[in-house]
Design a protein around this ligand. Structure first.
Ligand SMILES: Nc1ncnc2c1ncn2[C@@H]1O[C@H](COP(=O)(O)OP(=O)(O)OP(=O)(O)O)[C@@H](O)[C@H]1O
Length: 597
């Protein structure tokens, strides 16, 4: 429960004076409710059902009836009762609305905080995490946390109401109320096991939720493979077995709830029987006292059981609180932009060079050797540098370090002579446009996909960028041109068209550094040639870093860096390296020429 205390503290901090005001309103509302109930006594007394004024038990509470005119006490008492109940209901309504408002605003704040910290986390965090787990935490688990907070608010309300009722009940009969409280304490003692089991079921809910979402996103990401390899049945059997387990978990929860209800009902009836028995035999209670016992019991007991089952429901949300809190903490410790606001920071303009000074890097989750081993390289501003090497050589890892997505374990990255530290990171990132092989497009129009990086871009700017990436022609031919919707991840376009569109988007940002990671791999040779020419035109204005397996793509590169097993084995001009037939680059080039012939 300590995790919930943490969130409630936050809620108090967030609400300012609103929550204390609400609590005060609750005290008044429950006082009014208690008074309304207590008014039953004079009403019954005045109606003549019992001879209250003569009764020893009720006599002290009936004096005020004398202020009403003789003969119309009942009428005035009923009017007073209605007024009190109306005031109580209005107050309760106000409290409920305020509670909901508070809950939703606090939830929104929680969502924003978690999403912001997730976005601020560094690249290694995203490498470690399963995307579906992040989505699960930010959607289902967060929703469970919010419902848990709602339950806590309900619990606070119930406790306040109950306390006031207890005070009023004590005033009416201390001995009977004491006995009821004792019964309540005994019940709470035995209900601990229900709370623990609710927490365990809650754990299962979290795990199944995570598994469900992870499975679904894998299925739909790989739907083409599933369909083309007729894997539908095996996927369906996975789904059927998981949903079977989920049904079991739901039934377990309902069983737990009904068991605890059964327990409360049986103990209630046993306690009521004991109280009535002892009231009559031991305390020799009169009819009015019995009425008071029933009145107090019928008011307090449902509150006890209500509190009990709310605590049980809260316990089942604890795993969600823990998972969201754990994610939040993890994001904070992986935050790369903690103290540096994004707003107003201008992109960095590279002037002379990027230098990799003895850089070593190893992925934390892999027990293997360094992926990058003492990388020393210089990338000159406004030139085209190509990074080549066989698969797994470390090209993408090196690029990630150049972009400041990951920090080297040893060595440093110097930008125009100065180290790339946290303070320069945002400006550095803003200066880069990165185009990966599996580039991302949103399920929106072409125009929206382009303007997301440059909201103020005018129509001619969009066409210029499209022309650069040889995409203008095919966009013009689309039925709705720039306003054509391209489907999920651009599914309505071909692979090459998607790449050209992403390239246009990258250029639209007018970056200081353009990074292309296998960005033209899906293009036909005609379009590839056009893009090469366009890139050639950018030389002198922009620093271009290209990773390419197809070596014909980098023919115009000013410098080629050849990586092999995490080391630089060659570096120099394209033609210079191509002429060294025994070198690694010469071999790679030779292999490709052979494949063409
Ligand atoms: N997230 C990761 N966790 C652990 N190891 C990784 C991770 N990403 C890459 N690696 C390992 O690091 C090495 C270099 O990978 P990298 O992606 O940088 O190579 P690459 O030269 O870009 O390969 P390719 O041309 O196939 O894209 C590989 O051995 C790979 O298995």
């Amino acid at each position: 429960m300590s995790i919930i205390r943490l969130y409630i503290k936050d809620l108090f901090k967030f609400s300012g004076w609103l929550l204390p005001l609400n609590l005060f309103g609750m005290v008044i509302a429950s006082l009014l409710e208690g008074i309304g109930i207590l008014m039953l006594i004079p009403m019954i007394s005045v109606s003549g059902v019992i001879t209250g004024k003569e009764s020893n038990f009720f006599a002290p509470y009936l004096g005020f009836v004398d202020i009403f005119p003789e003969g119309s006490e009942l009428f005035f008492l009923l009017c007073l009762f209605i007024l009190i109940m109306i005031a109580q209901s209005l107050l309760q309504r106000g409290i409920a609305i305020l509670n909901v408002k508070l809950l939703h605003e606090f939830s929104r704040d929680l969502r924003i905080k978690l999403f912001r910290e997730t976005l601020r986390s560094d690249w290694s965090f995203f490498i470690r995490k399963r995307k579906s787990d992040l989505i699960n935490s930010l959607t289902s688990e967060l929703a469970r946390v919010i419902s848990g907070i709602n339950l806590v608010l309900q619990l606070i309300t119930s406790i306040v109401f109950t306390l006031i009722q207890v005070i009023l009940a004590f005033w009416l009969s201390a001995s009977i109320t004491g006995f009821v409280l004792l019964c309540g304490a005994v019940m709470i003692l035995f209900s601990k096991k229900f709370i623990n089991r609710a927490r365990k079921v809650g754990n299962k809910t979290s795990l199944f939720g995570q598994e469900y979402l992870a499975g679904m996103s894998d299925q739909f990401n790989g739907i083409k493979d599933i369909k083309s390899n007729t894997l539908e049945n095996s996927q369906l059997s996975w789904f059927s077995s998981l949903t079977h387990k989920m049904v079991g978990e739901q039934i377990e929860y309902v069983k737990l709830q009904s068991n605890s209800e059964l327990y409360y009902k049986i103990t209630s009836s046993v306690f009521i029987a004991i109280i009535i028995y002892f009231s009559i035999t031991a305390f020799q209670a009169q009819f009015e006292q019995l009425l008071a016992i029933i009145l107090i019991f019928s008011r307090l007991w449902p509150r006890f059981t209500g509190i009990q089952s709310t605590i049980q429901n809260i316990a089942s949300t604890i795993p969600a609180f823990e998972s969201v809190h754990h994610l939040y903490k993890e994001c904070l410790s992986s935050s790369e932009l903690r103290d540096y606001q994004d707003d107003g920071i201008e992109p960095y303009k590279l002037k002379s060079s990027i230098v990799s000074n003895n850089i070593c890097f190893k992925y934390k989750n892999s027990g293997s050797n360094d992926v990058l081993k003492s990388i020393n390289a210089k990338i000159r501003a406004n030139q085209m540098t190509a990074i080549v090497g066989s698969s797994g050589a470390g090209k993408s890892t090196f690029i990630d370090i150049l972009m400041g997505l990951m920090k080297p374990d040893h060595g440093e990255l110097l930008i125009d002579g100065g180290p790339l530290n946290d303070e320069r990171l945002t400006a550095w990132r803003k200066s880069i446009s990165y185009v990966p092989q599996d580039s991302f497009l949103f399920n929106a129009s072409i125009r929206e996909n382009l303007t997301m990086v440059h909201p103020n871009a005018k129509e001619p700017d969009l066409w210029q960028a499209l022309k650069f990436s040889s995409a203008a022609e095919f966009v013009r031919k689309l039925p709705e041109g720039l306003d054509t919707h391209i489907g999920d991840r651009g599914v309505r376009l071909s692979g090459g068209e998607r790449q050209r569109l992403v390239l246009a988007r990258a250029i639209l940002r007018n970056p200081s550094i353009l990074v292309l990671d296998e960005a033209t791999s899906a293009l036909d040779s005609e379009n590839e040639r056009k893009i090469q020419e366009a890139l050639e035109g950018l030389k002198g204005k922009m620093t271009i870093i290209v990773i390419a397996h197809r070596l014909s793509t980098i023919r115009n590169a000013d410098q080629v860096i050849v990586l092999e097993e995490g080391r630089i084995v060659q570096a120099g001009g394209f033609h210079e390296l191509a002429s060294q037939k025994s070198g690694q680059f010469g071999r790679l080039l030779g292999n490709q020429l052979e494949a063409i012939q």
